[in-house]
Write a protein that binds this ligand. Structure first.
Ligand SMILES: *Cc1c(COP(=O)(O)O)cnc(C)c1O
Length: 392
């Protein structure tokens, strides 16, 4: 079998061997319940607390401000609903953006049905939120601003410091979905005035099904799950000890030699973009040329369908994505691509290749070579392309 070329690191990443090694004993050797009083249990508790401290340190937060969840979506749901319900006596208005992950957008839509008012900020052609519109949208009723750190589809990094300053000045809670940013960008929650931050381990070579919400001390938020006293009474249920241990190890490894890793990723990214632009006509780069995640490439190939492109790539052993993993499988074009102003037919022809530490320059060149053939074959079958050529 041909070796898989995996370029879908924004959807998920393989768990690192060192992470898995650290997790394994917590399944069947060191398996105690962290709430139990005997040593087997307290050793599990110590492991959980150590991981909490590591994660807190990485974003300049205290360990008592890190709350484990079952992933990024859960953290997003908790931040938005928890703040909405706990602060509804103060106001009912939430500000977010049109390019958020479904974990935020669909939660906000749900809250709208319950009487909350939500402003979805526009973005410019690069996917950056409009700060003027943000300031103008704030009312006495505004209780929360939730803007993602970096976009999962087009990789655009938002002006988080400026948003944090606006939120602080107006005394409004600021949540950021940092699921794509953690492990790729250094984050200091104090410097950026972030009150809540979502993360998920499987996006930085940790296991799936474990994440965390950072909640700044003093933030008024409802508990997520009621039950035992775990996570300081805010998210009850026996802790996912192996997952938590793995998440701590994964975040440590992710921030080791970060600058070096990012330099290499950016080189690969630019090589891939240049390879495509030099060899294929009628393409367009989505997202900002520089304010983007180091490994993100998102390109529209006019006249063809993203889905057909993906299937052809898969036959060559290349894994990529069109739209986002959560919406692929539907025929709706990505809400992110529509928000940056792409017409439907072009948004349909988009391909996201998200690079990771394991990718090489040889892989990048191989993918470019295969893309050239695939795109020309698909265009040869495309009625849209025929029409275009006829018109010229
Ligand atoms: C992947 C992702 C999520 C969801 O995280 P899960 O752990 O898969 O629930 C949320 N937001 C962004 C930006 C993501 O990329």
């Amino acid at each position: 079998m041909k070796k898989l070329i995996y370029m879908d690191n924004a959807a998920t990443t393989p768990t690192r061997q060192e992470v898995l090694d650290d997790m394994l004993p917590y399944f069947n050797i060191q398996y105690g319940n962290p709430s139990s009083v005997y040593s087997l249990g307290s050793r599990s508790r110590t492991a959980v607390e150590k991981s909490r401290e590591i994660i807190g340190n990485m974003i300049n937060a205290g360990e008592r401000e890190i709350f484990f969840t079952a992933g990024g979506t859960e953290a997003d749901n908790w931040a938005v609903r928890g703040v909405a319900y706990a602060n509804k006596d103060k106001g009912n208005h939430i500000i977010t953006s049109k390019v958020e992950h479904q974990g935020i957008i669909h939660t906000c839509e749900y809250l709208e049905k319950q009487g909350f008012a939500v402003t979805y900020l526009d973005v410019d052609e690069y996917g950056i939120v409009d700060l003027e519109q943000l300031e103008e949208s704030i009312t006495d009723e505004t209780i929360l601003i939730s803007i993602m750190f970096a976009n999962n589809e087009i990789g655009t990094v938002q002006p988080i410091k400026e948003i944090g300053e606006i939120a602080k000045e107006r005394n409004i809670y600021f949540h950021t979905d940092a699921v794509q940013a953690i492990g790729n960008i250094r984050i200091d929650v104090d410097e950026l005035n972030i009150d809540m931050l979502s993360m998920a381990a499987h996006k930085f070579h940790g296991p799936k099904g474990i994440g965390a919400l950072y909640i700044r001390r003093g933030v008024k938020i409802d508990p997520l799950i009621i039950g035992g006293g775990q996570e300081r009474n805010r998210r009850a249920g026996t802790e996912n000890v192996p997952g938590i241990v793995g998440m701590g190890k994964a975040i440590e490894l992710a921030y080791e030699n970060l600058d070096e890793k990012n330099e290499k990723l950016i080189q690969l990214r630019e090589r891939l973009i240049k390879g495509i632009f030099d060899n294929i006509d009628h393409v367009r780069l989505n997202g900002h040329p520089t304010k983007r995640l180091p490994g993100n490439v998102n390109i529209c190939f006019e006249f063809i369908e993203g889905e057909s492109l993906l299937l052809s790539l898969d036959m060559e052993g290349i894994a990529g994505s069109s739209g986002s993993a959560c919406t692929s499988g539907t025929l709706e074009p990505s809400h992110v691509l529509l928000s940056i102003g792409l017409p439907h037919e072009i948004a349909h022809g988009s391909l996201r290749l998200s690079l990771g530490d394991n990718n090489t320059a040889e892989e990048v060149d191989y993918v470019v070579e295969k893309l050239v053939g695939i795109v020309s074959r698909l265009r040869a079958m495309s009625p849209l392309y025929e029409q275009f050529k006829g018109g010229n």
